[in-house]
Ligand binder design. Sequence first.
Ligand SMILES: Nc1ncnc2c1ncn2[C@@H]1O[C@H](COP(=O)(O)OP(=O)(O)OP(=O)(O)O)[C@@H](O)[C@H]1O
Ligand SMILES: [Mg+2]
Length: 309
Amino acid sequence: MTAIVDVMNMGKVYAGGHAALTDVSLQIEEGEIIALLGPNGAGKTTLISALCGIVTPSSGRATVGGHDVVAGFRKARAMIGLVPQEIALEPFEKVINTVRFSRGLFGKKRDEALIEKILRQLSLWDKRTARIRELSGGMKRRVLIAKALCHEPRVLFLDEPTAGVDVELRRDMWQVVEDLRKSGVTIILTTHYIEEAEAIADRIAVINKGRILLVEPKADLMARMGQKTLRIDLMAPLAAVPPALAAFDVTLSADGHALSYTYEAGGERTGITRLLQTLAAEGLALRDIQTTQSSLEEIFVGLIKEGAE
Ligand SMILES: Nc1ncnc2c1ncn2[C@@H]1O[C@H](COP(=O)(O)OP(=O)(O)OP(=O)(O)O)[C@@H](O)[C@H]1O
Ligand SMILES: [Mg+2]
């Protein structure tokens, strides 16, 4: 199977000498969702911009649908929908006109049925005659997606689709992305959030300081990296970890009110059942329990350490 997006040894050095991308190679198959995960300044937007013809690569090359993104810019760009990181919309324009206009920019014939379908899919149909400035931030982000989709791209780039979006809307957005995939669109999204990559991506590429550190199926990465921490808040504080819990790798918070237990999220046996049984046998009353996933930062630290070994 040939890749719909093929990045070959791409480098980008900005005027001023900053190397934003170094020797980046990445193949993306049609129909997959890939998340580019990386901290601020990693080069995510630069990579997307290079693929969309907004930034000229300094070295290497890339194709989208077989068209070179520089030499065959128009053909490559016609296949791409881009949802930029920054919200840039005309405040006084009506939602539906903004989307129609974007389609026109690609030289496509008017297609009201398609525009309606896209606006409905993004829950914007009721807002179609609202002016952009009357929309919330999350709605504006969905308008950006509608604009990116209205020329029927086969590849959609979403640059930080859920930055500044609340938890509930973030889930809605994930659903939108999943629905888009079902319609056959290949999706490349950037994010800082490991939960986001975990929720929707098939593969995860970790990028840091302009280099791709790894590209792996999500399941493999989560199994390898995914540690979770179970935090148990106690009704009454403890002075020390009870001896009965010595077999578990638990730590007590400084105030004695919480126990933390770290385990492999992908492991067959997490040890949670046994831990909770032991706590009950010890007569410890629990106020609350919560789990947290290891953060991207921790995963990074792990990756970078690994690379240094
Ligand atoms: N037009 C530009 N001129 C010079 N340097 C730039 C330009 N655009 C980006 N950079 C630099 O290139 C590096 C990568 O930036 P980029 O925007 O690609 O990162 P990012 O991974 O998208 O970060 P974020 O998560 O903050 O959006 C940064 O150090 C940035 O300062
Ligand atoms: Mg960016």
